[in-house]
Design a binder for this molecule. Structure first.
Ligand code: SOE
Length: 379
């Protein structure tokens, strides 16, 4: 059986997922057969051009005509269009893969997770936290699960970018609270929180995040509008989300977490680092060196840099011989492989909408903590 896939969104994430789908039959021959069936958007001319480039059979300008008819629905639009189409798809029994953060607001994320619960486990609802699918991250998880780091004391996550440090960088939906929900916090912090939950969230490691303290900052309050003047658009628009955030976390087992995310970290393009210190070892991962994991074990005087590209490392046997390194786009191939396989087998998939909601609860608590100027407990 060939799964017909409908995809909403054809820009950055549309391209990343379409590329992943195109790679699957070549490198993951056991993946279910799929057809990039219909591409959904509002601008018909742009849509036609994108459908041609990204290999889709047809286009649709209204998601309502699509969600019940396809076998799988991908929601890769801006955050404010995540909830309604995804819920409608799940209500029609169509599996959904939705980009992160799950939604702009906690209410929307809760409604989406409820729709996923009601659809049942055989209708997978996945949240596309692609960094879980980096081989080095999965290797780190194996070490943590084996207890190699001992009792977890410190967990640190930083996601640094600099594309907004120029005050003349144009305004986009990512700067708008209505459309994005939050700024660096939701866009970057969602990834960091998800990775920390994935890596140390088990009860015998750091456990659940119980309390948070957050600080959000907006450095540039308004930005120029691209093509201002056309169609009466104003010259500038207000920035209504954070440009950067920091947070402290308290985990159930007593571990301390320190998070940071910024679009103003001059010189850092897409720099996501995770560091974990336990009683008998430490781990260090950087997205800018994503084939490597730095590991320090009891008795070592320094970190060992492990190149995680052996044939028995996760997913690597599908690609190239050891040392022929992978990149950012491969994470999308891996997550698409897992998600589509779950759809074909009628099995649940993680990260799920429940995982998306759990991350959102932490982000929401960080924001509330910033507003109140005090630590906030997660229920
Ligand atoms: C832009 O800030 C962005 O593309 C995020 O939206 C992605 O989720 C992240 O992987 C890279 O940065």
């Amino acid at each position: 059986m060939t799964l017909e896939v409908g995809v909403l969104g054809y820009r950055f994430m549309g391209k990343a997922h379409a590329n992943a789908m195109a790679r699957l039959p070549m490198f993951f021959p056991d993946a279910p057969a799929i057809e990039r069936s219909v591409l959904v958007g509002r601008d018909e001319a742009a849509l036609e051009d994108a459908a041609e480039r990204l290999g889709f059979d047809s286009i649709a300008t209204d998601w309502r005509d699509v969600v019940a008819d396809v076998d799988v629905f991908y929601n890769l639009g801006p955050n404010h269009v995540h909830a309604e189409p995804s819920i409608a798809a799940l209500e029609a029994g169509t599996p959904v893969f939705c980009e992160k953060p799950l939604a702009p607001t906690l209410d929307d994320a809760e409604a989406m997770a409820a729709a996923a619960r009601e659809a049942g486990d055989d209708v997978p609802a996945g949240c596309a936290f692609n960094y879980r699918f980096v081989p080095a991250i999965q290797y780190a998880k194996t070490l943590l699960e084996a207890g190699d780091l001992g009792e977890i004391h410190h967990v640190r996550g930083r996601y640094l970018q600099d594309w907004l440090v120029d005050p003349d960088a144009p305004w986009s939906w990512r700067n708008d609270e209505e459309m994005a929900g939050s700024g660096a916090l939701g866009d970057l912090g969602a990834h960091t929180v998800d990775l920390l939950r994935y890596l140390v969230g088990d009860d015998d490691l750091a456990g659940a995040i119980e309390r948070v303290s957050g600080h959000l900052e907006t450095f540039v309050e308004e930005r120029p509008v691209e093509d201002a003047g056309e169609g009466g658009d104003p010259e500038t628009r207000p920035v209504t989300v954070d440009d950067a955030y920091t947070a402290q976390l308290a985990f159930a087992n007593g571990a301390m977490g320190t998070l940071e995310g910024s679009r103003f970290a001059t010189g850092h393009k897409n720099d996501h680092t995770i560091e974990i210190h336990g009683s008998s070892g430490s781990l260090r991962f950087s997205l800018e060196r994503l084939n490597e994991l730095e590991v320090l074990r009891a008795g070592d005087r320094g970190y060992e840099t492990i190149l995680v590209t052996d044939a028995d490392d996760p997913y690597v046997d599908h690609w190239w011989p050891p040392g022929h390194v992978l990149g950012w786009e491969h994470t999308f191939v891996h997550e698409n492989y897992e998600f589509l396989s779950a759809v074909a087998d009628g099995e649940s998939f993680a990260p799920s909408f429940a995982d998306g909601l759990a991350a959102q609860r932490v982000l929401d608590a960080i924001e509330r903590s910033d507003q109140r100027g005090e630590w906030v407990a997660l229920e």
